[in-house]
Design a protein around this ligand. Structure first.
Ligand code: PLP
Length: 364
């Protein structure tokens, strides 16, 4: 008997490529495409890159000129942090922020994963004047493990009042709602293509006009001297096409919140061992982070896989090994910090997929 089609619920790790991204990249494959070349091939490549820039700008609510294309969210986070000597950040950031900060002041979160704003305000208030210019506040918009949305407006207000620059890792937020970087008061933000149905290995740093930038790479001065290296034209074109499709698809993620909530309700009613994380506060609609029982996350991920569903451990690292989640630990999850699993829907996840997943979990 043919194996049942896989239910794919690991979109926060990576989403399948959108057909629009595949088509756009296929159309670019073949001809030489260096956007810096002045001949016709080069000009065509430049036009494709600039169209993609406009499409990403539309989704992120920024100007095209604010976008510095890079190799992904990791590089974008590293780029932003490299401009500053000191970073004030939260305890639940992605490793590409946590590990890029050599001098970091870490602000704790509550049991729902929300940053402690009064501590942030206090740390900012205590900063000596000569450190303000060299300090960056970096707080992610939505968490990759729990989906919890941080009070970014408040974070921006506190940073601005203190005269300190502010960055947000928007990787998991992009495509979940129409963003408005230009009006947000943020100075920098990071994006990644593969979380919205674009290819891996491409992303962008948004930089507010006139702000300082350093380039991590020395070379030909592409991206207006902000990121050297011949542009990843195929990747950028795929990113642009995915962004354009995602712009028209935001309502899908709003609807998904109700499907996700119903899944969680069914699980709570049907089992007595479900513990949800971050469910009491605002979350992106596609994500559910939960512990099910005494079983380890590794065992659960394998059990789901055998049953035909791809999910992930809340705390899986790049090697696929499960370790204690720093996010859940910061949320005081106790033993469950190494037991939690993450379910994350994407652009092609339907309501019936959530229903099938519920059946599957209830039958485990
Ligand atoms: N930031 C967050 C919140 C993420 O979830 C990820 C990817 O998992 C990244 C940054 C890194 O993005 P990329 O894989 O494009 O380097």
């Amino acid at each position: 008997m043919a194996r049942q089609p896989q239910l794919y619920f690991d979109n926060n790790a990576t989403a399948p490529l959108r057909p629009e991204a595949i088509a756009a990249m296929q159309a670019m494959m073949g001809p030489p495409a260096n956007p810096s070349s002045v001949h016709g091939y080069g000009r065509a490549a430049r036009m494709a890159v600039e169209q993609a820039r406009a499409d990403v700008a539309m989704l992120a609510g920024c100007r095209s000129a604010d976008i510095v294309f890079a190799s992904g969210g990791t590089e974008a986070n590293n780029l932003a942090l490299s401009v500053f000597d000191h970073v004030i950040t939260s305890a639940v950031e992605h490793d590409s922020v946590r590990r890029a900060a050599s001098d970091a002041t870490v602000i704790g979160v509550d049991s729902n994963g929300l940053i402690d704003l009064s501590h942030l305000g206090q740390v900012l208030g205590d900063l000596p004047d000569d450190r303000r210019q060299r300090t960056l506040v970096s707080v992610m918009y939505a968490n990759n493990e729990t989906g919890v949305i941080q009070p970014i407006d408040e974070v921006v207000r506190l940073a601005r009042d203190a005269g300190v620059a502010v960055h947000s890792d928007m990787v998991q937020m992009l495509g979940k709602q129409h963003l408005d970087f230009a009006a947000s008061g943020l100075d920098y933000a990071s994006l990644s293509a593969h979380k919205i149905g674009g290819p891996t290995g491409v992303g962008a740093l948004l930089v507010r006009p006139g702000l300082r930038m350093t380039s991590l790479l020395s070379g030909g001065g592409q991206e207006q001297g902000r990121r050297s290296g011949t542009e990843n034209v195929l990747g950028i074109v795929g990113f642009g096409a995915a962004a354009k499709a995602a712009f028209d698809d935001v309502a899908h993620f709003h609807a998904m919140a109700a499907w996700r909530d119903r899944l969680e309700m069914r699980l709570i009613k049907g089992r007595n061992d479900v513990r949800l994380f971050g469910a009491g506060v605002s979350r992106i609609g596609n994500t559910s982070c939960l512990a099910l029982n005494e079983k380890s996350a590794e065992t659960l991920v394998m059990a789901f896989d055998l049953a035909g569903a791809a999910i992930s451990a809340g705390s899986a690292c790049s090697s696929g090994k499960v370790h204690e989640s720093h996010v859940l630990k910061a949320m005081n999850a106790g033993e469950d910090a190494s037991r939690a699993i993450r379910i994350s829907g994407g652009w092609n996840t339907r309501e019936s997929d959530f229903e099938r997943l519920a059946e599957l979990v209830l039958g485990l």
